[in-house]
Design a protein around this ligand. Structure first.
Ligand SMILES: NC(=O)c1ccc[n+]([C@@H]2O[C@H](COP(=O)([O-])OP(=O)(O)OC[C@H]3O[C@@H](n4cnc5c(N)ncnc54)[C@H](O)[C@@H]3O)[C@@H](O)[C@H]2O)c1
Ligand SMILES: O=C(O)CC[C@@H](O)C(=O)O
Length: 407
């Protein structure tokens, strides 16, 4: 594949991808506005914070894959990508520890007013009287909104500080997630209102989207305990900044923020934000994921996605329709010979079976492969027999996909 890296990733990323047989161009200085004019001739695009607007997909001539070298994909116009059948994949979980560490850093900085302490000392001011008023965190309650990769790691770290952790009860939580929560002693609130009213600290870790826009609004802030701390290391638009500013001005809450609505896209910029400069806020420059450890882990994840994609698998794809994965998955082991897949598809067509998704993976040595085909329709015994009888097919099996596997 020919890949364009439009943001800075660790230097070895280029070598790693080149070693996998890809041609890689790294141009970290490209802006969102530059991308449409630069994308021609590339099969894949890798970005961190640089926005990928609809114009990129209109200008692209052979783009098939966009990788967000991070977790959130709100900076990519996934609807425009879907219209052009371009896969958008993210690298989930790999920067979670870094974000959790920053979250705890913001919390400690707020509780002990560390940043103001430092600023005064740098200005030659000794003021033990002013700074001797922290509440302390032991025994306090943290409410986590968004108990995913980062939320769990924040919960672990908070628990180690003797903080009681609660999260939002959410339908569809997996058994693994429930048992992990139980192991950490996390309790669940039935509503966002209850979480706001009963938490001393609220930490937000949900993705940006229509469902989460202004999840923390004036009503939520009004329900928070007086003097409570709001932490947001997810995305700026999850918090209504106008309402937050009012709550800060009223002295009702304090906040630790790594992200802001309308923050600069990356790099350096002149930027004014009443929330970011507020004295009751400890703010950072969207650096949650910016540790070398996290960036190395993300770079490894990018290489894994490219490798899987080259082998026919769209790993961590966020824009395929989860409701259109088919009702059954047929697995066909076969010798890797020209024409076998065409013959398989012929049999499916004769049986009026509609293919929803197909992956063909070759085993080491290149002799044999396995095709996994998600199909819509009833897979009869006759069809399985016909598939098994195709020359070079070694074995056929079928799994019917239930509601859980599809969600
Ligand atoms: N500050 C940074 O540098 C930085 C770095 C990484 C991620 N992030 C942000 O943090 C977000 C979370 O990252 P993650 O890796 O934990 O993702 P994740 O997908 O593992 O976790 C998100 C969790 O939020 C839950 N959720 C979604 N909508 C919700 C809702 N309306 N109410 C309650 N819960 C809801 C999901 O079920 C999931 O458990 C990302 O989407 C990204 O925007 C920021
Ligand atoms: O790459 C970054 O600096 C930010 C990444 C972060 O916002 C994410 O969603 O993973």
């Amino acid at each position: 594949m020919r890949l364009l890296l439009a943001d800075r990733l660790p230097d070895h990323t280029v070598d790693d991808l080149t070693a996998l047989g890809h041609e890689v161009v790294m141009e970290p200085g490209l802006s969102a506005d530059d991308l449409p004019g630069r994308i021609a001739g590339f099969d894949g695009l890798v970005v961190r914070s640089t926005k990928v607007n609809g114009a990129v997909f209109e200008a692209a001539d052979r783009l098939v894959l966009v990788i967000r070298a991070g977790a959130g994909t709100n900076t990519i116009d996934t609807e425009a990508a879907s219209r052009r059948a371009v896969y958008v994949c993210n690298v989930p979980g790999r920067n979670a520890a870094a974000v959790a560490e920053l979250t705890m850093g913001l919390l400690l900085a707020i509780d002990r007013r560390i940043t103001d302490n430092v600023a005064d000392l740098r200005n030659g001011q000794w003021d033990k009287q002013r700074y001797s008023k922290a509440e302390g965190l032991l025994g306090s309650t943290m409410g986590i909104i968004g108990l995913g990769s980062i939320g769990f790691l924040v919960a672990e770290r908070a628990a180690a500080f003797g903080i009681k952790v609660q999260a939002l009860a959410k339908p569809g939580r997996s058994p693994q997630s429930i048992s992990r929560a139980e192991d950490l002693g996390i309790t669940f609130c039935d509503s966002l209102e209850e979480l706001a009213e009963t938490s001393d600290i609220v930490s937000v870790h949900v993705p940006s989207g229509a469902e989460t826009k202004h999840l923390v609004d004036a009503e939520f802030l009004a329900r928070m305990k007086p003097g409570a701390i709001l932490l947001n290391t997810s995305r700026g638009d999850v918090v209504d900044e106008t309402a937050l500013l009012a709550a800060l001005d009223a002295g009702r809450v304090r906040a630790g923020l790594d992200v802001f609505d309308h923050e600069p896209g990356g790099g350096q910029a002149e930027w004014e934000s009443a929330v970011a400069r507020h004295p009751e806020v400890v703010a950072t420059h969207h650096i949650g994921a910016s540790t070398s450890q996290a960036q190395r882990a993300i770079a490894a994840g990018v290489a894994e996605i490219v490798e899987a994609f080259a082998a026919g698998e769209a790993r961590h794809c966020v824009n395929l329709d989860p409701d259109r994965q088919g009702s059954a998955a047929i697995s066909i082991r076969h010798l890797d010979r020209v024409g076998v897949l065409a013959h398989i598809l012929d049999e499916l067509r004769s049986a009026h079976i509609n293919v929803q998704h197909m992956v063909n993976r070759v085993f080491r040595g290149g002799e044999a492969a396995v095709a996994t085909i998600d199909v819509e329709g009833t897979v009869s015994e006759e069809l399985l027999t016909a598939l098994g009888a195709i020359e070079h097919v070694l074995g056929v099996s079928v799994v019917t996909l239930g509601a859980d596997e599809l969600s």
